[in-house]
Design a protein around this ligand. Structure first.
Ligand code: SAM
Length: 427
C-alpha cells in the first residue's frame, strides 16, 4: 500500500516512520511513504503557499493553487483516495481505518496556518478526517496517525492477523488488561485464571474484563454496545443480571410538592397505573410500584391492575399490569425490592437533589452495569418529588430538556422518555 503525504514540512514525516512496525513494513516493501511539497509548485521567489483571508480575520490561509498542483503530482484525481486532515472533518474510527487499509494509494494533505482555501477542498479532496476534537498546528501529526493505524491492517505488516481483531475499538469494546512476568509485582498479582492454562476460562475472563472496562471508561461505547447472548450468559455467571431486569420504577404520590412547594399527597390517576406498567414491560423492568400512603388508593391501584389482568387474560396488557405492586411509602417499596437498592430520582428541575450524584442516562446505565444491586427509579406526581423528605436518593438523572425552555411533561411521558433513554435501542 502506498501513502503520499502532501506537506510543506516533509521533515516532520520521515523520522516518525523510520522505526517500529511501520519502519519494518517500509523496509520490507509492504507499505511505502512518499512526500510532496506544495512549495515546489509555487512560481514566486519566496515560494509562497499562504495568503491573507478574504473577509479579514486573524492568520493566513493556505493557497489553493500550490496545494492542488501538489495533489496532482501525488496522484492524478481518481487514481488515489485524497484525504485532508482537518479538525472539521469526520472523526477517525477504527472501522474507517480498516476500510482505508483496503485502498492501494492514499494521499494525505496537511493543512497549516488557519486552514485551507475552501476551493482546494472542493476541487481536490475526497474526504476530510479529524483525529480528535482538538486543534493541532498542522495536519502532519494527523497524517502520521492515519499511516500508523492503517498500516497495521495491511496484510503482512503485523505478525498475527488476529491481533488487530482483538484490540480496543475493533468490535466496539475496549481491550482486556494484559499481564506478563513477574507473577507478582509490589503486591499486585497476575489474576489466577490467566495462569490456569484453561483457555475457555481465560477467554471468558477477558471478555468480562473488556466489557467492565468499556462500561467504566466509555459510557458512550457502552450505550451503543448490544451484548450478545454469550455476553449475557457470562455476565449472569459473574453475578450481574442485565440492568433492566433488576430495575424497578416507582410512581410516587407522597411525598410530592404542589405548585406552592407545600408537601402533599396526590390522587391516583387511572392512566398512570396502566401506561407506566406498559412502559415498564416494554423495557423489560422488574417491577412497577405505585406509592401512596392512602390505603383506599392502594386498593384502587390493585383493583385497576386486576381488572385489566382478568379482562385481558394472558394477553399483552395483562402481562404488563402484572408488574404493578403497591407500597405505602418509598421505604416500603425499597423493602419490597431489597434493602440494598440504588435509588435514582428524576426531576424537571436542574439542580434538584443537590446531595445526589447528577448523571445522564448513558452514564447511569454504564455506571450500574456491573453493580449487582437492584435499582429503583422514582417518578413524582404533582409538581415533583419532595426532595428533602427522600434521603435515600443517591443519584439524580438530568432533567429532560429539548431546549425550548418548557419541560412540564406528564409523568407518563417523562417516564416513557426516561426509560427509552436508559434502555431503548437506537436504530
Ligand atoms: N482554523 C482551523 C479550524 O478551526 O478548524 C484550524 C487550523 S489548524 C491550526 C491547521 C491545520 O492543522 C488544519 O488545516 C489541519 O490540517 C490540521 N489539524 C489541526 N487539528 C486537527 C485535528 N484535530 N485533526 C486533523 N487535522 C488537524
Amino acid at each position: 500500500m502506498k501513502f503520499t503525504v502532501v506537506t510543506i514540512l516533509p521533515e516532520l514525516i520521515e523520522p516518525a516512520l523510520a522505526a517500529g512496525v511501520v519502519g519494518r513494513a517500509r523496509d520490507a516493501g509492504t507499505i511505502s511513504v512518499a512526500t510532496v511539497n506544495p512549495r515546489d509548485f509555487t512560481h514566486d521567489r519566496h515560494r509562497t503557499v499562504d495568503d491573507t483571508p478574504y473577509g479579514g480575520g486573524p492568520g493566513m490561509v493556505m493557497k489553493a493553487e500550490p496545494l492542488l498542483a501538489a495533489l496532482d503530482a501525488a496522484a492524478p484525481r481518481g487514481d488515489a483516495h485524497r484525504i485532508l486532515l482537518s479538525p472539521a472533518g469526520a472523526p477517525l474510527t477504527q472501522a474507517r481505518v480498516r476500510e482505508l487499509a483496503t485502498l492501494p494509494h492514499v494521499v494525505l494533505a496537511c493543512g497549516r496556518y488557519e486552514g485551507v482555501d475552501e476551493r482546494a477542498i472542493e476541487l481536490g479532496i475526497d474526504e476530510q478526517i479529524s483525529i480528535g476534537d482538538y486543534v493541532l498546528s498542522g495536519g502532519e501529526l494527523g497524517a502520521l496517525v492515519i499511516i500508523d493505524a492503517v498500516a497495521r491492517f495491511v496484510p503482512g505488516v503485523l505478525g498475527e492477523a488476529a491481533s488487530v481483531d482483538d484490540e480496543s475499538h475493533s468490535a466496539g469494546v475496549l481491550e482486556y488488561p494484559h499481564y506478563t512476568r513477574p507473577p507478582e509485582l509490589a503486591g499486585h498479582a497476575v489474576p489466577d485464571v490467566l495462569q490456569s492454562g484453561n483457555h475457555a476460562a481465560i477467554a471468558a475472563w477477558r471478555r468480562v474484563e473488556a466489557l467492565k472496562r468499556t462500561a467504566a471508561r466509555r459510557p458512550d461505547l457502552w450505550a451503543r454496545l448490544a451484548p450478545t447472548a454469550g455476553d449475557r450468559k457470562l455476565l449472569a455467571k459473574a453475578g450481574c443480571a442485565a440492568l433492566p431486569a433488576r430495575t424497578h420504577v416507582a410512581l410516587v404520590h407522597h411525598p410530592v410538592v404542589d405548585r406552592t412547594g407545600a408537601v402533599v399527597t396526590t390522587a391516583l390517576t387511572n392512566f398512570d397505573v396502566h401506561d407506566l406498567a406498559r412502559s415498564a414491560m416494554t423495557y423489560g423492568l422488574a417491577g412497577y410500584h405505585v406509592v401512596t400512603p392512602i390505603t383506599s388508593q392502594r386498593d384502587k391501584a390493585v383493583h385497576i391492575a386486576k381488572l385489566w389482568i382478568e379482562d385481558q387474560h394472558g394477553q399483552h396488557r395483562a402481562q404488563a399490569l402484572q408488574l404493578v405492586r403497591v407500597a405505602a411509602s418509598i421505604g416500603d417499596a425499597i423493602a419490597d425490592i431489597g434493602p440494598d437498592t440504588v435509588v435514582v430520582a428524576t426531576s424537571a428541575r436542574p439542580g434538584a437533589f443537590p446531595g445526589a450524584r447528577r448523571t445522564t442516562a448513558p452514564e447511569l446505565v454504564a455506571d450500574l452495569a456491573f453493580d449487582p444491586r437492584n435499582v429503583l427509579l422514582l417518578f413524582g406526581t404533582g409538581w415533583g418529588l419532595a426532595e428533602e423528605l427522600i434521603p435515600s436518593v443517591s443519584r439524580v438523572l438530568e432533567p429532560i430538556d429539548a431546549g425550548t425552555g418548557w419541560n412540564h411533561l406528564s409523568v407518563r411521558s417523562a417516564a416513557a422518555i426516561t426509560l427509552d433513554r436508559l434502555f431503548g435501542r437506537s436504530t
